[in-house]
Design a protein around this ligand. Sequence first.
Ligand code: ZN
Length: 351
Amino acid sequence: MALAIFVIFVFVTGASVGSFLNVSIARLPLEKSLLWPNSRCGACLQSIHWYDNLPLISYFILRGRCRTCRQHYSITYFLVELGTALGFVALFWLEAVQNVHGWPGHGAFSRLGNIPGTSWFGFAWHALLFSFLIVASVCDLRSREIPLHLTLTGTAIGLIGSVLMPWPWPQSLDGINTNPALPLRQGVYPWPVWLPIPAWCDGPGTWQTGLATGLIGALVGTFLLRAIGFLFSKGLGKEALGLGDADLMMMAGSFLGWQIVVVAFFLSVFPALLFGIIQLVVRKDNSLPFGPSLSLSVMATCLAWQPIGNAARPYLFAGEMLIYAAVGGAGLLFVMAFLLKLMRRPEEPQP
Ligand SMILES: [Zn+2]
């Protein structure tokens, strides 16, 4: 019973947050204030009454039309609210109920709704990142642009969180393993910046360790994408990745640390292929924004970090191997981009 109430609470919260995300999606690309003025119809500019602005419900009651001018408004509003609500529920279920990260304090009764406060907080933290990623993805889909305001704000919030929740929080420091050869306990920031923890970080659980985790995460996120974008555009002779994608991964890095960002970047190939095929079939159009694939991959990698991280751990903390992998990977990417350029047929001349 208690659990059902929690799930409903999380769903309603998600739908309400989604309603606010809709405002952000409409206004951030135009650099307008999020708080003022209140919501208006895009066609007749009439204020929307609160009872016509209820998440999910109002779309059904009004059948997707403005009450005053009867103009249709986009179903995107409804889909964002539904997507946010369902995403929140899925995140809550996996993190706070199923406890996929192995966070502490989940006893035998956790399935009855006895969820530790720290897990509520960890879930809320990842739900915040998820919300930022939804706005970034929908903006990217609509206008092929991710607002810099959004990703910079997200990165700043991520860095604050990294200081407040240094690895291994909320895990206990007693007997915490810091040997990368053995399985690691996962915190809200899943892993520390490096193992062994650098001396100037003063061990696990300090604000220095936390800040280093968030800061290096943000830097790796942005430079990885910029470097790959640069190599691809040199090899391919045209723009391959937008700067918005690099900003998006900077934000993700400040919330999750560099390891997840690197792995999520490589795994984003799979959603990108899937979206690419759907796009080709449905819209006969091959221009594809990368933001949604990166976002999906970041969230999935975070949720599956227990198995993925454990498999990747020996490589991710081996300094020399990382350098060889980076150099080798960069060379391979350049060659691939160059081959793609050779294989591509010349553009059809315009009539
Ligand atoms: Zn109207």
